[in-house]
Design a binder for this molecule. Structure first.
Ligand SMILES: *Cc1c(COP(=O)(O)O)cnc(C)c1O
Length: 444
């Protein structure tokens, strides 16, 4: 079944055990390598910029647990904070100081966020933000953009990015059509389409939700003025704007994508969602924004939202310790590492004659195996996916762990020093040659 040589016996043995007890052998679909073929690598440990699999092979990690590991694996300050928190107890089901400190850190960093509520995953954050927007406006419709992923919330899975894009699903089975009908899906970066949707149904639209800078169809930043246009249109119609910064938050800058693009003359988004980096590798996420909107949440207001492990003391300790290390020097290093990697990719793919476009959002980047700028989901899908697979497997065999999908962002960390970057750079020529061969021999 796999076109790739079987060369990961310990991973293969674990996969067979996993397949017996969990669908596809994985607990999140893209991990299964279905999009690139071959045996998913079961990781045994991580240290700094490296992962080591159960066969004892080391990889430079450019996935970073899909974003959270902004400091690299097992950063000593985070290890210390987590060990201290664990020593005090695992979960109390009461308020605790760690969660206050994490909320304070978030509010201090993202200027329009006056209040936050902690949850355990990005999915919960967007789900709760949508419920809050519906409660605030008394309306039901939600506008989302094709190729944007906001977690596996029923109403937000239509034409979603990430795994939904990887497996070329239009949306998910199991979502009632009544629920899908509450969602209007529009092309990304198309303000005219947003104007039209609001002209037709503006009085029924509770919110527009958008990835602050999409990273789940590959990296597709907003065109200049797009986010601001969303703000202008939603405000004119009494709808809320939800900026999903689960991936970009505290990643693109200390204040996320908002820190790079904002403030906007038209005003800030009403609500933001966060996850990934703010949990430091533990389950912690959040939504927050205008205090008058957040005041509708229980126990103050009528919009219900809760969680047994919300604000977990260990997760919040990890998150706070991580954010404390997210200094200007860290962001400078992330940019430097991304500069070096994207330059090498551009050079070598160019030299090998491989059609490609590299797009960035802060230090997040991805390679599309096609020519020309990618501005929306159709553009992202119009790439040569088999060329990505060939590139991926060449890099993997040379000890570089890329996201196993052409529709995902690549992530660097503060631990990606020159040695780690050089290891990636030296793997690129052979991978570019493999991609060139795939272009020449396989239809996309
Ligand atoms: C990862 C992600 C989510 C979902 O977060 P989970 O913690 O996986 O539920 C939501 N929105 C965006 C933009 C993401 O990248």
């Amino acid at each position: 079944m796999t076109p790739y040589p079987f060369d990961a016996p310990a991973s293969q043995a674990l996969l067979e055990r996993a397949l017996a007890v969990t669908p596809g052998g994985v607990n999140s679909p893209v991990r299964a390598f279905r999009a690139v073929g071959g045996t998913p690598r079961f990781m045994a440990s991580g240290a700094g910029p490296y992962l080591t699999d159960v066969d004892g092979r080391e990889y430079v990690d450019l996935v970073g647990s899909w974003g959270p590991m902004i400091l690299g694996h097992r950063h000593p300050a985070v290890v210390e904070a987590v060990q201290a928190a664990v020593a005090d107890g695992f979960s109390f089901g009461t308020p605790s100081e760690n969660e206050v400190r994490l909320c304070e850190e978030i509010v201090a960093r993202v200027e329009p966020v006056e209040q936050v509520r902690l949850v355990s995953s990005g999915t919960e954050a967007t789900m709760s933000a949508i419920r809050l927007a519906r409660g605030y406006t008394g309306r039901s419709l939600v506008v989302k953009f094709a190729g944007c992923y906001h977690g596996h919330v029923d109403s937000l899975l239509a034409q979603a990015g990430s795994g939904v894009a990887t497996f070329a699903l239009p949306d998910s089975a199991g979502v009632p059509k009544e629920m899908a009908a509450e969602t209007i899906v529009l092309p990304y970066n198309d303000l005219a389409a947003v104007e039209q949707a609001f002209a037709a149904q503006g009085a029924e639209i509770a919110a527009v939700i958008t990835e602050a800078s999409p990273g789940n169809m590959g990296v597709v930043p907003p065109a200049p003025g797009f986010t601001e246009g969303l703000r202008r249109i939603t405000a004119a119609h009494g709808a809320l704007l939800i900026s999903d910064e689960v991936m970009t938050g505290f990643r693109c800058s200390a204040a996320g994508w908002y820190g790079l693009e904002g403030p906007y003359d038209a005003g800030a988004p009403d609500l933001f969602t966060f996850g990934k980096v703010m949990g430091g590798g533990f389950p912690a996420a959040a939504f927050g924004g205008r205090a008058d909107v957040m005041a509708l949440l229980a126990p103050v207001g009528p919009v219900y939202q809760a969680g047994t492990l919300s604000g977990n003391p260990v997760a919040t300790a990890a998150g706070r310790a991580t954010l404390e290390q997210c200094t200007p020097a860290l962001y400078a290093r992330l940019d430097e590492a991304a500069d070096a990697l994207t330059a090498a990719l551009r050079d070598e793919l160019g030299r090998a004659g491989v059609p490609h476009t590299i797009q960035r959002a802060g230090s997040m980047f991805s390679v599309f195996f096609r020519d020309g700028a990618v501005t929306d989901y159709d553009g992202a899908r119009a790439q040569h996916v088999p060329a990505f697979g060939a590139f991926f497997h060449s890099m993997l065999s040379q000890g570089v762990y890329l996201p196993p999908s052409a529709f995902e962002s690549w992530f660097v960390s503060g631990a990606h020093d020159d040695a780690a970057v050089d290891r990636v750079v030296s793997a690129v020529p052979a991978a570019a040659a493999a991609a060139a061969e795939a272009f020449a021999t396989i239809d996309s």
